[in-house]
Write a protein that binds this ligand. Structure first.
Ligand code: IMP
Length: 441
């Protein structure tokens, strides 16, 4: 496998958890490199269902070392809860390492997430209210506290005193006096640091050495390209880079160590939170997709906005990530629709373009130009699984044509097709690809 990065090619929720879990069968290390507990993936493992927000998807697999890299922001309370849940479900002896450089989410970050959103009015991003944005703001403003700091009482005290004094002024400026108690916060976070101590270390050196020893490493992205603050629909984005380049920065390896980049996309598009969504369906088809695809947020439970596949946005994701291949999920959900649309261009202010606009108001004015394709029959989950077992050529012919059209337009091969939540409902084309023109490591 070598070093592979799996990123979201849309607005998050593409089914990366399932894809990473599937790929982690061949991996020795699975590392997260961005985001925090704003992410959420559901993984089926044996009879158990796991809902992770912070833990890397690979942690449930025996023999896999899980890493939470320096680029992640960690709410230690959430992390301890997820570890307790893991143990309660019988997963013991897992190997988890947490970067000493990863930033900590503190109680004032949660408060500020709400206050900043309210102050933005109509420009609010509709955040998950997990304190993600304020924690990353503190990182770059140099007010942040790292996981390593939690283990150093003197340094923690020093940093926390400064941060708390500033946060009190800041919350007051937002019109909400807050009495953040130094002692209470210090005691709680120091104690949580002690509980997590055995996991906290320099994870960059761990990864670099593993790569030198030719171990296979999977870098697991959270959120998606269109939520990336540099390349997404800014300001309706999250606060950490979600593109493949962040895989190197957020895990502490060099960019040339990455051999293969996979972008995960649904067969249609969804978005949670605010911001423009050119192919959004506000009609019965949108409601149908939400219902059949169970499109509700794993972290917030919010209904997701649903729409057609957008090749302008996906083409942008291909470019900014340098995608080598695509993993397409939830193809089964489109079953039963007579006709299926795919956006191939936008019309903005009377002009046709295939370039994803950076200006948010221009993007909001964009109208999709659709290519209409034939739909295919709905199938039961058992039928999809049986087709998955028999292979790509056993999919309904219109579904094959749909996938071939998408990869033809994007110029990127599809290496995985998911037809349901279970591992069995997956068509793995990686071996075929490896022998094809796009050489997989
Ligand atoms: P934040 O990351 O909580 O600050 O939220 C910023 C924006 O990113 C909001 O629109 C969220 O709905 C969205 N977002 C954050 N994490 C995820 C995710 O894992 N999936 C989908 N959307 C997300």
């Amino acid at each position: 496998m070598a070093v592979e990065v799996v990123v979201g090619a849309q607005w998050g929720d593409e089914g990366k958890g399932k894809v990473v879990d599937f790929y982690s069968e061949d991996a020795e290390i699975v590392a997260r490199f961005n985001g925090g507990d704003n992410a959420g993936h559901t993984i089926m493992f044996g009879a158990n269902e796991f809902k992770f927000h912070l833990l890397p998807a690979g942690i449930v697999r025996k023999g896999v070392t899980a890493v939470i890299g320096n680029g992640v922001v960690i709410n230690p309370e959430v992390l301890l809860r997820e570890l307790a849940d893991l143990e309660a479900k019988g997963i013991r002896g897992y190997k988890l390492f947490i970067s000493e450089r990863a930033q900590v989410i503190l109680p004032y970050h949660l408060v500020l997430d709400g206050l900043e959103e309210s102050a933005k009015g109509g420009m609010k991003a509709g955040t998950t209210k997990r304190g993600i944005g304020p924690a990353y703001s503190d990182k770059v403003a140099r007010f942040g506290i790292t996981m390593g700091d939690l283990l150093d009482a003197d340094l923690l005290k020093q940093k926390l005193e400064v941060a708390i004094a500033v946060k009190k002024k800041l919350t007051a400026a937002y019109g909400q006096e807050q009495d953040f108690q130094f002692k209470k916060i210090f005691d709680t976070y120091y104690e949580m640091g002690q509980k997590l101590k055995k996991h906290i270390r320099n994870t960059s050196s761990l990864l670099v050495q593993a790569i030198q020893r030719k171990k296979s490493v999977l870098l697991e992205g959270a959120q998606g390209t269109l939520l990336d603050p540099d390349h997404g629909t800014y300001p309706y984005v999250t606060s950490s880079n979600a593109v493949a380049g962040a895989g190197a920065i957020g895990s502490g390896i060099g960019p040339r160590a990455i051999d293969w980049v996979v972008g995960v996309t649904k067969a249609y598009t969804t978005r949670v939170g605010e911001g423009p969504f050119t192919t959004e369906l506000k009609d019965d088809i949108g409601i149908h997709i939400r219902k059949v695809g169970n499109e509700y947020g794993t972290t917030t439970g919010r209904p997701r906005r649903c729409g057609w596949l957008d090749l302008v946005a996906l083409g942008h994701a291909v470019d900014v990530n340098g995608l080598d291949a695509l993993a397409v999920t939830k193809l089964d959900v489109l079953g039963g629709l007579r006709r299926i649309n795919v956006a191939v261009a936008y019309r903005v202010d009377g002009e046709r373009t295939t370039i994803f606009p950076a200006n948010i108001n221009r993007l909001a004015r964009a109208e999709p130009v659709y290519k209409e394709l034939d739909g295919w029959e709905a199938q039961s989950p058992a039928e999809w699984t049986s087709m998955a077992k028999r292979g790509f050529s056993h999919l309904p012919s219109a579904a094959q044509e749909y996938l071939e059209y998408v990869c033809g337009e994007l110029g990127v091969p599809i290496e995985l097709v998911s037809l349901g939540p279970s591992r069995e409902a997956t068509i793995d084309l990686r071996d075929e690809l490896r022998e094809g023109p796009a050489q997989r490591p």
